[in-house]
Each structure stands twice: as C-alpha cells, then as structure tokens.
Design a protein around this ligand. Structure first.
Ligand SMILES: CC(C)(COP(=O)(O)OP(=O)(O)OC[C@H]1O[C@@H](n2cnc3c(N)ncnc32)[C@H](O)[C@@H]1OP(=O)(O)O)[C@@H](O)C(=O)NCCC(=O)NCCS
Length: 156
C-alpha cells in the first residue's frame, strides 16, 4: 500500500491542546482535557505523536506511556475524514518506536470488543490478545468487554 501523505510530529507539552482537540473528536463520549493530556504524556515516561497532513493540519494522534519494560498506548485516533488511508498504522508504529526508545520490551493496549476497526488494525500491526475485562466500557445500551492486547518489542 502507498504510504499516506502525513508527517509524524512528536507533540511537546505546548501541543497538549492539539492532542486534546483530536482526542475530543475521536472519543466524544470520553473527552480528556488539555491538562490530563499534558500530565499523561509528560516526559520522561510519556509521549505523544501527531499526524499532520500536507497542509500541516493535525489529522491523528497517539499517546503512550512507559513503566519499566512495559509500555501502553493510552489512546489513538484518526479524524473520520482521514481514516482508512494508513494513518492509524503509522501512528501505531510511532508508538512502537517511541516505546522502544524508552526501553520497553512489550507494548499493551485495551480495545473494546466491538471496535472492529481498531482490533483489525492492531492485529495487522502484530498485537495479540492476552486478556479480557468483561463490562469494561460503557455503551448507551449496556457494557462491552475490553480485550487486552500485547505486542512484543524485543527482537524484530
Ligand atoms: C482505529 C483507527 C485509529 C484506525 O485508523 P485508520 O487511519 O483508519 O487506520 P489505517 O487506515 O491505518 O488502517 C490499517 C488497517 O486497519 C484495518 N482497519 C482500519 N479501519 C478499519 C475498519 N473500519 N474496518 C475494518 N478494518 C479496518 C484494516 O486492516 C486497515 O488496512 P487496509 O485499509 O489496508 O485494509 C480509527 O478508525 C479511529 O480513530 N477510530 C476511532 C477511535 C478509536 O476507536 N481508537 C482506537 C481505540 S482502542
């Protein structure tokens, strides 16, 4: 597949508002404010990456944190109009690279069992299921389980 026309940009503390705005669009039911984003992505353990389109407009983001040898993707999202172009895959790989740089040997995340798009993306990026948390996410018509996914970062 042709690589999408985006540029990946490490987001510093001053760009927490941009990340929060993207998070708000991608997760309207669970928005995080700028201060929460800044705290969660603060160095040295946290980081965020923004995807910018050819007009330098932000179209996606990923946030991650590392604790000892384990890293976690806290959130990842691509604006609806920019989806299915490979941006999500690039952001996952940015989280992988950033986590490796911080010394992690495994990368974890949680995904709602009914989130087919995200689950398919993660599988394509080498994640596998290592656990299930029943009733973890709220839905208008009830609750849905979270799958805990892992990707090994040591080796290839
Ligand atoms: C999940 C999300 C980040 C994917 O971003 P994206 O830029 O569309 O992903 P990509 O274009 O890189 O997709 C890579 C692969 O993932 C899979 N995929 C992505 N979206 C999919 C969908 N809607 N249905 C089925 N498979 C999908 C496909 O295998 C795709 O490869 P292909 O397009 O060559 O078939 C995006 O849908 C999103 O922001 N969703 C809302 C927020 C969210 O759910 N975040 C994840 C929470 S855990």
């Amino acid at each position: 597949m042709t690589a999408p026309a985006v540029r990946l940009h490490p987001a510093g503390p001053l760009e927490s508002a941009v990340v929060a705005a993207l998070q708000h669009v991608c997760f309207p039911e669970d928005p995080w404010d700028e201060a929460s984003v800044a705290t969660l992505t603060a160095p040295p353990a946290g980081f965020a990456v923004i995807a910018l389109d050819m007009q330098d407009q932000p179209v996606g983001f990923v946030m991650a944190r590392v604790a000892a040898e384990d890293a976690e993707i806290l959130a990842i999202g691509v604006l609806p109009q920019a989806r299915r172009g490979g941006v999500g895959r690039q952001l996952v790989e940015a989280a992988v690279a950033g986590s490796r740089d911080l010394g992690a040997t495994a990368l974890f995340l949680e995904v709602a069992e009914d989130n087919q798009a995200a689950w398919t993306l993660y599988k394509a990026c080498g994640f596998f299921s290592v656990g299930r948390r029943p009733g973890y996410y709220k839905r208008p018509d009830g609750r849905v389980a979270a799958l805990v996914l892992r990707r090994n970062l040591d080796g290839a």
